[in-house]
Design a protein around this ligand. Structure first.
Ligand SMILES: C[S@@+](CC[C@H](N)C(=O)[O-])C[C@H]1O[C@@H](n2cnc3c(N)ncnc32)[C@H](O)[C@@H]1O
Length: 205
C-alpha cells in the first residue's frame, strides 16, 4: 500500500522490512519485533477501562494486541496495518481473540483507518509514526475516530534505556516536537512521557 511513499520524518521512501514488512524478510522482521518490542509500559499509559474500544494503528506482528486482549477488559480491539504479512502474523499470534471477534484486524493505515467517527475510546500507535507519509493527515484521522474525552498515544523509539537498535532509530528533537505540535493543533491536552525504550505522546481529545 505505501511501498513507494516517503516518510514525513526523513523525506526518504519507506523501505525497511520493519516499516513495510512483506515476504520472507517481513516475516523475519515480525518475529524479531515480537521478541524485542516489550510494550507493557505502553499498556499502563493507555489505561484502557473495562468495556473500552481500542484501536492500534500499525500493529505489526501483534504483540501489543495480545497484551491488550490478555491484560485489559477492553471489549473490542481494532487493528489497522498496511501489511498483509503483518495481518497474517498478528492473526496467528492472537488466534483465539480474533476468532472470538474481540480483536478485529483490517488493512489500512494511519490516514485511512476505515473506522467511523468517534468510534473508539483509545488509539495507540507504537514505532510507526516516522513511516507515515503525512504526519498531519495521520493525526487528523486519529482525532476523527477517537471519542471526545478519549486518548491517543503515539510512541517512537527512544526513552530512558533504549537498545542499541532503538537508539539508532531515535528521531531528532525537532521531529519529535513536530509530532507534539501536530497533536496540540487538534487535541485539548498533550503530555510527553519517557518510557524504558520509547518516547511517548499522550493526547486527550
Ligand atoms: C516497526 S513495525 C512496529 C509494529 C508494532 N507496532 C510494534 O511496535 O511491534 C511498523 C509497523 O507499521 C506499519 N506501517 C507502515 N506504514 C504505516 C502507516 N502509514 N500507517 C500505519 N502503519 C504503518 C508496518 O506495516 C509495520 O507493521
Amino acid at each position: 500500500m505505501n511501498q513507494q511513499r516517503r516518510s514525513w520524518a526523513t523525506d526518504q521512501p519507506v523501505r525497511s522490512p520493519f516499516a513495510t514488512p512483506s515476504g520472507v524478510l517481513g516475516r523475519l522482521a515480525g518475529r524479531f519485533m515480537l521478541m524485542t518490542n516489550k510494550q507493557d509500559d505502553v499498556l499502563n499509559l493507555l489505561q484502557a477501562q473495562p468495556g473500552d474500544r481500542v484501536l492500534e494503528v500499525g500493529y505489526g506482528p501483534g504483540g501489543l494486541l495480545r497484551l491488550l486482549a490478555d491484560r485489559t477488559d477492553a471489549a473490542l480491539i481494532h487493528g489497522v496495518d498496511p501489511s498483509p504479512a503483518m495481518r497474517d502474523a498478528a492473526t496467528r499470534h492472537n488466534r483465539a481473540a480474533v476468532r472470538a471477534g474481540r480483536i478485529q484486524l483490517r488493512l489500512g493505515d494511519a490516514e485511512h483507518t476505515g473506522l467511523a467517527d468517534q468510534s473508539v475510546d483509545h488509539v495507540v500507535s507504537v514505532n510507526t509514526v516516522a513511516s507515515w507519509p503525512d504526519l498531519e493527515a495521520g493525526v487528523r484521522e486519529l482525532h476523527r475516530v477517537v471519542r471526545r474525552g478519549g486518548t491517543v498515544v503515539i510512541a517512537w523509539h527512544g526513552g530512558t534505556s533504549p537498545s542499541r537498535i532503538a537508539q539508532s532509530l531515535r528521531l531528532p528533537e525537532d521531529k519529535l516536537r513536530r509530532v507534539q505540535h501536530a497533536l496540540e493543533a487538534r487535541f485539548s491536552e498533550v503530555t510527553r512521557h519517557r518510557l524504558r525504550s520509547l518516547e511517548v505522546f499522550r493526547a486527550t481529545r
